[in-house]
Ligand binder design. Structure first.
Ligand SMILES: Cc1ncc(COP(=O)(O)O)c(C=O)c1O
Length: 423
């Protein structure tokens, strides 16, 4: 599958009609459990000696195609699909960190991830050190002996800051820890973190990969390149797991240790599995990922340029604008485009912002990105309203901050709607 080009894998990867009763799209295996056939086979499945399906909480053939397809698109060795992006982030961290450990994360993360790290993980005894700056040195300064990973978003939602992944991966590896990248906003079409040294990727499948605003999902992808044993900091991947017949993940599964543990231990225990139907819908969306990502990136750039010249607009942020602070990193990492999100503020501040939201007709006022429809969000009033002023500033959000995720409509209609609402 690795030899095929991206677009071909997106459409046909990991599925052959002839092996599936000649069914051309991936069939939906809407079942809870699987017939064991014979006793020895059942025992081998439970001992992880045979590969196959036991129960849909742990694996399912429809979901497996999604996992294999996305692993191939990211250039990883394996993937685990789960019920949401939040579940993917949570499992990716809990797979390597426990009470008493630290993780280091960018302060400009998606609000839900920020909350997970700042509140819920702290209650479990995992301390997140948030990095305010974006330079690799900023990350390095706060790493301690207790730090188990660096976690950051490739394109921050909603600040739209871009990280120098290659340099941050070097920092992580100097300290024997992995770099986890949330690659939701670029999707693997625009950016593949493993090519630049990242070790683990997470996605909210809910956004661009499924692409039609109709199903929740998340996925963790393993590059298979991080040496858990050599690092010496991850005994739970190396030493026998009493909850899994005393097996050592690194010994038994070698470079797949991380992703097998995430499934066999954490998905088993937390139960945050994706439904086969959502996996099916996500596969359907994935078939056009390459077409949609290019289109929304092109549209977003046109809209950003339009806003830049509009007299009622106070400021515009889109990383692919040539005067944007992150433009050099866009040239390095995102040559095909910078995804669908444009942020801006209207002259007249928050009051004008509320009026604008009330006047749009085509743009949908909701909290989502990566839908086929254009969506406008007012983060200070919605997605980020649980944060205090200081936290909002750290996330890069002002009270006039609008987030627009452009969809697949005609760009002229999107611009016309913005213009009439501004007027
Ligand atoms: C960058 C990013 N990561 C993760 C998530 C969480 O994904 P989900 O809503 O599928 O749980 C989101 C949701 O908006 C997001 O934007």
């Amino acid at each position: 599958m690795r030899d095929m080009k991206f677009d071909t894998i997106a459409v046909q990867g990991a599925h052959k009609a002839k092996d599936n009763r000649h069914c051309i799209p991936v069939p939906i295996y809407q079942t809870t459990a699987f017939d064991f056939d014979n006793v020895q086979y059942a025992a081998d499945l439970f001992d992880l000696k045979a590969s196959g399906d036991i129960y849909t909480r742990i694996s399912n053939p429809t979901t497996q195609v999604l996992e294999e397809r996305i692993a191939a698109l990211e250039g990883g060795i394996g993937a685990l699909a789960v019920s949401s992006g939040q579940a993917a982030t949570m499992i990716s961290v809990l797979n390597i960190a426990k009470a008493g450990d630290d993780i280091v994360a960018s302060s400009t993360l998606y609000g839900g991830t920020f909350n997970l790290f700042n509140s819920t993980l702290r209650k479990l005894g995992i301390n997140t050190i948030f990095v305010d700056g974006e330079k690799p040195e900023d990350y390095e300064k706060v790493i301690t002996e207790k730090t188990k990973c660096i976690f950051t978003e490739m394109i921050g939602n909603p600040k739209l800051n871009i990280v120098d992944v290659e340099e941050i991966a070097k920092v992580a590896h100097r300290h024997g820890i992995p770099l986890i990248i949330d690659n939701t906003v670029p999707s693997p079409y625009l950016f593949q973190p493993f090519m630049w040294g990242a070790d683990i990727v997470v996605h909210s499948l809910t956004k661009y990969i499924s692409g039609h605003g109709n199903s929740m999902g998340g996925i963790i992808v393993d590059s298979g390149k991080f040496d858990w044993k050599k690092s010496g900091k991850f005994p739970e991947l190396v030493e026998p797991d009493p909850s899994y017949h005393g097996l050592s993940y690194t010994e038994t599964f070698k470079e797949s240790a991380f992703i097998v543990k995430a499934r066999g231990q954490l998905l088993r225990d937390f139960g945050s599995c994706i439904s086969p139907f959502n996996a099916y819908l996500t596969l359907l969306g994935l078939e056009t990922l390459h077409l949609r990502m290019q289109r929304v990136s092109d549209t977003a750039l046109k809209v950003a340029k339009y806003l830049q010249n509009h007299e009622k607009i106070a400021w515009v942020n889109y990383p692919a604008l040539s005067d944007n602070a992150y433009y050099p990193l866009v040239k390095k990492y995102l040559p095909k485009g910078a995804s669908s999100i444009v942020s801006f503020g209207i002259k007249g501040g928050a009051k004008a912002g509320v009026k604008f939201i009330e006047k749009v007709k085509l743009l949908i006022h909701a909290t989502n990105i990566g839908d086929s429809r254009s969506i406008i969000t007012y983060p200070a009033l919605t997605t980020h309203r649980q944060l205090n002023d200081e936290q909002l500033r750290a996330c890069g959000i002002s009270d006039d901050f609008m987030r627009l995720s452009v969809g697949l409509e005609d760009v002229d209609d999107i611009i016309e709607d913005i213009n009439q609402a501004l007027n």
